[in-house]
Design a protein around this ligand. Structure first.
Ligand SMILES: NC(=O)C1=CN([C@@H]2O[C@H](COP(=O)(O)OP(=O)(O)OC[C@H]3O[C@@H](n4cnc5c(N)ncnc54)[C@H](O)[C@@H]3O)[C@@H](O)[C@H]2O)[C@@H](O)CC1
Ligand SMILES: Nc1ncnc2c1ncn2[C@@H]1O[C@H](COP(=O)(O)OP(=O)(O)O)[C@@H](O)[C@H]1O
Ligand SMILES: [K+]
Length: 518
């Protein structure tokens, strides 16, 4: 699904009017109706609209207009509606204009009484800092919410005061439970601090014709999209159908990496997993990973060319190669990597395994000048912000702010790689400048080894013939989906997940894409 900027959204609206006669009032009717439908769908089956007290905060522009249309639909379905028109300071309770008492007192009572408050103050048209009286109004809502957790907060299009292009927020903005955004998610939702204000994201249909495509090069990865990307599993198949993955991962201080990555490649469906390990390391893997096969390499004190040669000899027929997790950073290991890269560059496209470089694979490379010129075509690299900084001459890379998007896009083109920049909303940029962002996040993933799982999943998809951009996108989405499943099944929240907990839930995350609403 496209992600749009404010100006891209405005262009779409203008085109809808010019080319299809879809005027602003028509779009607003559609917007308000779909917001009402999504709101109701979220209530069910726990609550119904009958008798539900909903207070709408109505702003002066089209965002307020959307709110009014939505309110009318909810009223017709039996909700008890109050409307506060901010600019006019006018309060209407169940159709009656309240004029007897000072509006401030009445409004405070309405806030205290409401089951839900709908923020339809400002949307993409916000053009300056919020005025004091709007901040004060939002502060009242926030205060009530901190007193009463059952009060539901929903924003139409976006939480008021959030910059839809950058994710910056006004000091008066408040975080909501659900944002019902219209037509397309806005770019600023995916970056901090804005990301924290959105709550659950719903996308309302405003009836733009399918032929009207945004010009944006940025997409949100959706479950429906991933579902379509997943490799078919024909009845008439065998392990050869689903590709072989070779992993050059793990070393004495970090043996778990190869296990986690290899296991994850198998869990997304790859046909055969081979760990390239030394004899010294073999007993560890053989006892913990029964399904793996092994390519035995000379010990780490052997000449680098012998170690590289042993791996290269085994590589024929492999569809994917993962280099890096837990590999260590000795000069000898760096030499091995360079020789393997040289070999891969020399192979024709159809004979070359797809390459993923992660972790120490990247750390080894970042020490070299113009390291990217050493990569074979279509490589996927998967840095976290620290590794990205090292790859980019030491610049500081943001963990979640908007600058990371431009950086990833620019570097993917400069380096001609598929660049997966990890973080809370992980993003992926390909060499032609297209980007995809993962909306779903789960801080339980902020624990050692989860990156190895992700790298393994990408390799497993590459072995099954997915393109590098798609393999990275699907893996990122499913990685967070698997983490959500772990949370649900282990009854945990934001802490306590082990990377290995993800493994059995990866196949379930694949199945669940069938039922994705987004
Ligand atoms: N134009 C269209 O065709 C559609 C618009 N839609 C809705 O329209 C919204 C955008 O509408 P608008 O462009 O009217 O913009 P908004 O409704 O977001 O706000 C613009 C109004 O707020 C005032 N304003 C701006 N910044 C302010 C501030 N800091 N403090 C106080 N007042 C401020 C402006 O003077 C203007 O009156 C979207 O977010 C969406 O909700 C949707 O209905 C879909 C279709
Ligand atoms: N707060 C968070 N929300 C969502 N995902 C996160 C969060 N923190 C970390 N992650 C994910 O966890 C993984 C961590 O990878 P990485 O830093 O490489 O760890 P390691 O090398 O220890 O495996 C990445 O996929 C990252 O996107
Ligand atoms: K709003």
């Amino acid at each position: 699904m496209h992600i749009v900027t404010i100006s891209e959204m405005k262009t779409l609206e203008a085109q809808a009017e010019q080319q299809y006669g879809l005027t602003s009032p028509i779009l607003m009717q559609n917007a308000g109706k779909s917001a009402a439908d999504l709101f109701e769908a979220n209530l069910l089956p726990t609550y119904s609209l009958k008798g539900l007290k909903v207070l709408f905060l109505i702003g002066p522009g089209n965002n307020g207009g959307d709110g009014l249309v939505m309110a009318e639909h909810l009223k017709n379905a039996g909700a008890l509606i109050s409307l506060y028109h901010w600019k006019e300071q006018k309060l209407i309770v169940q159709g009656k204009h309240q004029q007897d008492q000072p509006v401030h007192e009445l409004l405070t009572t309405q806030i205290k009484d409401a089951d839900y408050i709908i923020d339809a103050l400002l949307g993409t048209g916000r053009s300056r800092p919020l005025p004091d009286d709007m901040r004060a109004l939002l502060a009242l809502v926030k205060e009530e919410r901190s007193r009463r957790e059952s009060l539901g907060l929903v924003a139409i299009d976006l939480p008021t005061g959030l910059n839809a292009d950058t994710g910056e927020v006004d000091p008066g903005s408040i975080a909501v439970d659900t944002t019902i955004t219209l037509a397309y998610p806005k770019l600023g939702f995916f970056f901090f601090p804005g990301r924290d204000y959105i709550g659950d994201l719903e996308v309302g249909d405003i009836g733009l014709p399918d032929a009207l495509e945004p010009s944006s090069h940025t997409e949100m990865i959706t479950g429906q999209q991933v579902h379509k990307l997943l490799p078919e599993r024909p009845l008439n198949s065998n392990k050869g159908t689903f590709g072989k993955v070779m992993l050059l991962c793990g070393s004495l201080p970090y043996p778990g990496s190869a296990f986690l990555a290899g296991n994850s490649a198998a869990r997304v469906g790859a046909g055969l997993i081979t760990l390239a390990v030394t004899e010294k390391m073999l007993p560890f893997y053989a006892s913990s990973f029964h399904e793996a096969t092994f390519a035995i390499l000379p010990e780490e004190d052997a000449e680098s060319f012998e170690r590289a040669k042993a791996l290269i000899e085994k590589l024929e027929g492999y569809k994917a190669l993962l280099i890096g997790p837990g590999l260590g950073q000795s000069a000898n290991t760096r030499e091995v990597i360079l020789q393997v890269l040289e070999h891969l560059r020399s192979l024709p496209d159809d004979k070359r395994p797809h390459l993923v470089i992660d972790a120490d694979g990247l750390n080894n490379l970042s020490a070299l000048e113009r390291w990217w010129t050493l990569l074979p075509k279509d490589t996927v690299i998967t840095p976290h912000p620290g590794e990205m900084g090292r790859l980019s001459e030491g610049i500081k890379v943001s963990g979640g702010n908007i600058e990371r998007l431009e950086l990833a896009r620019k570097k993917a083109q400069e380096w001609q790689v598929n660049l997966l920049l990890k973080g809370s909303c992980t993003l992926i940029a390909n060499p032609t400048g297209n980007t995809r962002i993962n909306w779903w996040g789960n801080p339980a993933l902020a624990t050692a080894g989860t990156g190895d799982v992700l790298a393994g999943m990408i390799s497993g998809f590459l072995a099954q013939g997915m393109s590098p951009f798609d393999a990275a996108s699907a893996a990122v989405y499913l990685h967070t989906a698997a983490a959500d499943l772990v949370n649900e099944h282990m009854n945990i929240e934001r802490a306590g997940l082990l990377a290995s907990d993800l493994l059995p839930y990866i196949p379930m995350s694949l199945v669940n894409t069938t039922y994705s609403e987004l």
